[in-house]
Design a protein around this ligand. Structure first.
Ligand code: PRP
Length: 178
């Protein structure tokens, strides 16, 4: 593997082990909350959520299915444009279903706001949100959060910088300046 140009990961924030333990806790909590309600449809927001979703859905114990949606607001930049764009829609219908939207990270909350508005128009039985990371700067309420983090750019475990570093098994802070 070649090392990408530009800023580099400089400090591990969450080890592979810490991530695994937190995912297991989230899966337990979510499974207990949805127990007896029928099937949950996990909607992974591409690309960032693909690894978290894969781990989460395998640890859950209630009936579940998976679908994906893709939006983009950052492109190759580290600042959100605030202008969320639907890149790929769900394959299936969500009317009458319990939907849990799964994200790798919530930053400004623009993506979740956009998706909640879009999905609620389709008549689901319920829509809840789950993000592995949330920046502690007063984003929107999220039903399930793995970890609250400072306002730093992080990579790994699905999170990227210009599409690089997604496959790191841990989450690391990226040194954007310097
Ligand atoms: C990232 C992340 C979330 C969104 C969060 O996606 O995966 O979807 O930004 O930011 P917000 O709360 O400010 O809206 P990105 O646009 O970088 O696409 P990617 O998932 O394909 O990396």
């Amino acid at each position: 593997m070649t090392t990408p140009e530009g800023p580099k990961p400089v400090r591990i924030l969450f080890s592979e082990d810490a991530i695994r333990r937190r995912v297991e806790e989230l899966a337990r909590q979510i499974s207990s909350d949805y127990a007896g309600k029928g099937e949950v449809l996990l909607v992974g927001v591409l690309k960032g959520a693909f690894i978290f979703l894969a781990d989460l859905c395998r640890k859950m114990t209630v009936p579940r299915r998976v679908d994906f949606i893709a939006v983009s607001s950052y492109g190759d930049k580290t600042v959100s444009s605030g202008n969320v764009r639907l890149v790929l829609d769900l394959r299936g219908d969500i009317a009458g279903r319990h939907v849990l939207v799964v994200e790798d990270i919530v930053d400004t909350g623009s993506t979740f706001s956009y998706l909640l508005e879009l999905l609620r128009l389709r008549g689901p039985a319920s829509v809840k949100t789950c993000a592995f990371l949330r920046k502690e700067k007063g984003g929107p309420p999220v039903d399930y959060v793995g970890f609250e983090i400072a306002d730093e750019w992080v990579v790994g475990y699905g999170l990227d910088y210009a599409d690089a570093y997604r496959a790191l098994p841990h989450i690391a802070v990226l040194q954007v300046n310097g």
